[in-house]
Ligand binder design. Sequence first.
Ligand code: CAA
Length: 380
Amino acid sequence: MNIALTDEQKMLRKMVRDFAKTEVEPFVEQMEKGVFPRAILNKMAELGLMGIPVPNKYDGADLDFTSYMIVIHELAKVSATLAVILSVHTSVGTYPILSFGTETQKEKYVKKLARGEHLGAFCLTEPGSGSDAASMKTKAVKKGQFYVLNGSKMFITNGGEADTYIVFARTGEEKASTSISAFIIEKDTPGLIIGKDEHKMGLNGSRTVQLIFEDAQVPIENLLGHEGEGFKIAMANLDGGRIGIAAQALGIAEAALEKAVQYAAERRQFGKPISAQQGISFKLADMATNVEAAKLLVYQAAWLKDQGMPCGKQAAMAKLFASKTAMDVTTEAIQVFGGYGYTKDYPVERYFRDAKVCEIYEGTSEIQRIVISKYLLRER
Ligand code: CAA
């Protein structure tokens, strides 16, 4: 395994760091008030950041998956909101069409997504089916030139802002994962209703909504892959998606660590910096060690994906470990800041609120353990 960054990747990292500092950071307060960062996404589109791993042929930047992870990681250090919008747009909003779409679908949808003219979303979860994704109830019935969809989807990141939705629905009677199909659904589809906005603990600038399908008419040419292939499409793309969420968690943890080190070096109690107290310096050492381990797992999973090698197990491990690290490190960062950490005057409370969902979306930590253990038993 070689996870040393190339000169190009280092240049990309510098460019995104500068962008995050000059363009994103001044907008964080607005996002915290619930403003969707449309203007920033437009600037990211100009920089080619909305289609990083998409081939030139489909108007993407044609960079590798590792480069894409660098961007998520760097953005998350400043804004986890922006990182998740980009991760969902790319990993599970664009990749499914790139990997399973027809040439016509790629021409029609991937190009606009990669140019950032369109935003993508992914609709798997339902009110009654979260971790048990295969138990979904949304139905798609073929009628002439359309599939007619009825049902609802829940916790849809980018919902209400996205132009295309990758939607999973049951096309067969049996309750098996093999009767689920995937569709590309445009925002103006008759019968697609944007439901209520969720008021979340964190990621305040990202939109999360319910979607309702009431006899929504989807042209048959918008079936993605074959009928019955939907569950595999969802799972295969979630492998990449989970590396993206792991990179987001890593960025949050690293930001919290940086702030904690800086504060501990400056804050004085008992006549010396608190960093000179072992109770604090040991905390910092443990935080840094976990951040480093998370980084290795994230970049290892990305490297495997770049080699075209199986990465499902390592993606699940990266997400499991990086999201736990984000929770642990942000909790300890608040502790280092003491009372100040509990206020909105410092960013560590935001990091803590943003970190929690990394242990939940794109498969909870418990689901990651199921995935990892399935691989272990299969490899035996
Ligand atoms: N790639 C390709 N195919 C896969 C796969 C993968 N990674 N994982 C499973 N499959 C295939 C299996 O091979 C199997 O096919 P065969 O029967 O032909 O072998 C089929 O899918 C069913 O697999 P399982 O029997 O393992 O399925 P299961 O019902 O036991 O579920 C699960 C497995 C891992 C628990 C799965 O349901 C799961 O991942 N749940 C979590 C759901 C999730 O991650 N939701 C996230 C929502 S999106 C989101 O959060 C976005 C956001 O907003 C940020």
